[in-house]
Design a protein around this ligand. Structure first.
Ligand SMILES: C[S@@+](CC[C@H](N)C(=O)[O-])C[C@H]1O[C@@H](n2cnc3c(N)ncnc32)[C@H](O)[C@@H]1O
Length: 334
């Protein structure tokens, strides 16, 4: 059954790709004819095959209107805006702050952590009274902050989902507070991660949230219907005692990782240039066990050999409070 589902998925993806290819070739041919560029060295067909589409149905319908927004990358390896270490550093900073904020609710996990790690966290929660110099345990005094507040205190900005500034584009993601410097990890693309051969046919029907990685892996970021059921089921499957391997609160209104709204970022247009860019990030094996509960991605199949794929959005320029985030759904890799 898995095989036939997989085959159907491949067939469906092939059909979508064909439709998109025809639209692409028609658009390019008429453009080339108009400009007298028909005899260019690189043909439209060759360019199509170098194109790494992020959202297939979307490009099939909109490519002709958005020619100028294509993003060119000289090589797969040059797709990264910032080094992986910087992505890891930013995620660890935010996740640690979330963990400490939520410390009083983490007792089941804390008893199982090695002493050295536990005391590191406990250390960060002890401050000294300004007059008496006596140690004060901040756990008892701690007032729980909202996750958005933790993000603001850690990276200096908050983001949230609101009605897009584009007409009939549904929701979008806005910087609601603070300032995002260029090169900052500003959001994460949550969802179930599928390898190329895995069945996604039913989840993909009418689903605009399927993100395609450069190597063909797919991330289903839909927070409704069958996609939601699949994510929850994988999340339950992978839990090890009190240790959750991923966060599923992005499927609810009570999100615990405030970065996990990247699936709502809209595509740039000729009037609104992209201010963020997708960047793929494989979570290293040594990622702290107690912080995995904030990762908004999970593998569809429990495959111990491959690393968990995440996708983050990185700021392409400084972004001010009140601005909507726009990414680029089209990438051409030479
Ligand atoms: C990944 S979803 C983004 C979230 C979406 N705005 C929503 O509220 O569900 C992609 C869909 O958003 C819409 N969209 C994205 N960028 C757009 C744009 N520049 N103009 C109009 N619609 C857009 C399209 O319907 C597209 O299929």
């Amino acid at each position: 059954q898995a095989f036939s589902l997989g085959r159907k998925r491949v067939e469906r993806r092939t059909t979508l790709s064909k439709v998109a290819e025809v639209v692409w070739l028609r658009t390019n041919r008429s453009r080339e004819e108009k400009d007298g560029r028909g005899k260019e060295e690189v043909t439209g067909q060759q360019r199509w095959h170098r194109y790494k589409y992020r959202f297939v149905p979307w490009i099939a319908l909109n490519l002709s209107q958005n020619q100028r927004t294509l993003r060119y990358v000289p090589d797969n390896s040059k797709d990264k805006i910032i080094p992986d270490e910087d992505v890891l550093g930013a995620l660890l900073k935010v996740f640690r702050a979330l963990f400490i904020n939520d410390f009083s609710r983490q007792t089941d996990i804390l008893v199982l952590l090695p002493e050295a790690i536990k005391s590191e966290y406990q250390h960060s929660l002890v401050s000294h009274h300004p007059r008496t110099e006596k140690p004060v345990n901040r756990i008892q005094q701690q007032k729980l902050c909202q996750p958005g507040e933790v993000l603001f205190n850690t990276l200096g900005f908050s983001i949230s989902r609101e009605t897009s500034s584009l007409i009939s584009a549904g929701k979008g993601v806005f910087v609601t507070r603070g300032f995002v410097p260029k090169g900052t990890v500003v959001s994460m693309y949550p969802g179930t991660v599928y390898q190329q051969h895995e069945p996604i046919f039913f989840q993909s029907i009418g689903n605009p949230f399927i993100f395609r990685c450069l190597d063909g892996m797919l991330i289903d970021g839909n927070d409704k219907g069958i996609s939601k059921v699949v994510y929850r089921s994988c999340n339950g499957r992978d839990q090890l005692g009190p240790f959750k391997m991923s966060d599923c609160t992005w499927l609810t209104s009570e999100v615990q990782n405030p970065l996990a709204v990247g699936q709502y970022v809209n595509n740039c247009s000729n009037d609104k240039a992209a201010n963020v860019c997708y960047q793929e990030f494989d979570v290293p094996e040594l990622f702290p066990m107690e912080l995995k509960q904030y990762l908004p991605n999970i593998m569809f199949s429990r495959d111990t050999r491959s690393l968990l794929r995440c996708v983050v959005l990185v700021a392409l320029r400084d972004i001010q409070q009140g601005e909507e985030l726009f990414s680029n759904y089209y990438t051409i890799v030479n």
